[in-house]
Design a protein around this ligand. Structure first.
Ligand SMILES: [Zn+2]
Length: 308
């Protein structure tokens, strides 16, 4: 893959010098807002694409540090894939305002919005952005449900085929392979977590609701009182009481969330704090979607099993 990438770059440079259009060997340049979307695009695009994520695996997808280099990256992109449902509201629109690239304009084949076609959970009846709410169109953390991933993978293949028709059959073949593997994996993950159906857990943010729904876990509280609002002592007291009355013994925390708060709550409830990055690469050796989910499901299952 690396040698082809090098060849693609050289050919591109030559074409630019000659004033010609993109050469047949040029790889599609794809930008994903977050590493999880980037990982999916790599599965479907294979060797025909080069993929870059704007957010780091350890960054909160709601609050990414927007940099001038991101504008350069977006200007060069053939395709942009975003989560949508306002996941990236705080940082992607300002970057795009400074980008001059019609290939990734809204509504063009080069723009993929992952949330379109997803059955969104937790669409709020009332919403107050002034109070810090960040999920107006429902919960945008839907990639931990493999069934959603299947939908998104298929849409990625459709879009890539429109942007690069000569590779359409490759994208279709990659999709077929990915779908088959996903089916096998989903059955394994469900089997691993089946004994723990109904297990109560606590999360920091509302970022595991799709995982919980798919695998039959029950999220009894979040350390944040509302998505995007920092935990308060009064709210944490309520969380502790709920955890005691519901026998919830596991708190999930991502790298960019306040682990100290989780530890404080864990001390008072006898719970364990689990470090589970939702983004590929946040935890070592979780660069693909399958590795990420293997780690996630394995970590949960061993925590639920408890000490031997
Ligand atoms: Zn969120």
């Amino acid at each position: 893959m690396k040698t082809i990438a090098h060849f693609g770059l050289a050919a591109g440079t030559l074409a630019a010098l000659l004033g010609a259009g993109p050469p047949a060997t040029k790889k599609l340049s794809i930008v994903a807002t977050t590493p999880d979307l980037a990982a999916l695009v790599r599965e479907i695009g294979g060797d025909a694409v080069e993929v870059k994520a704007l957010a780091k695996p350890t960054e909160d997808p709601h609050y990414v540090d927007a940099k001038p280099s991101h504008i350069v990256t977006l200007n060069r992109a053939d395709v942009l894939i975003e989560g949508g449902a306002e996941l990236e509201l705080g940082w992607l629109p300002p970057l795009l305002e400074n980008t001059r690239n019609g290939r990734i304009a809204a509504g063009s084949p080069g723009r993929i919005v992952a949330s379109e076609g997803i059955r969104m959970l937790e669409i709020p009846a009332t919403f107050d952005r002034s109070k810090g709410d960040v999920h107006p169109f429902g919960n945008p953390h839907f990639l931990l449900d493999p069934v959603n991933v299947k939908v998104i993978a298929s849409r990625i293949a459709e879009h890539l085929a429109l942007v690069d028709p000569k590779e359409a059959s490759v994208f279709q073949a990659n999709l077929k392979t990915f779908d088959a593997a996903l089916g096998v994996k989903l059955a394994q993950w469900q089997k691993l977590l089946a004994p723990y159906h109904g297990t109560r857990i606590v999360t920091y943010h509302k970022d595991f609701v799709y995982l919980a729904e798919r695998f039959g876990l029950e999220i009894v509280e979040t350390l944040e009182p509302k998505p995007g609002i920092a935990p308060s002592p009064a709210h944490l007291a309520k969380v502790i009481a709920t955890m005691k009355s519901t026998q919830a013994h596991v708190i999930l925390v991502q790298p960019y969330q306040n682990r100290k708060t989780a530890e404080t709550v864990a001390r008072q409830t006898g719970a364990v704090v689990l470090d589970v990055g939702q983004q590929p690469g946040a935890v070592k050796n979780t660069d693909s979607y399958f590795q990420l989910m293997d780690y996630m499901v394995g970590t949960l299952a061993s925590a639920f099993r408890g000490p031997k």
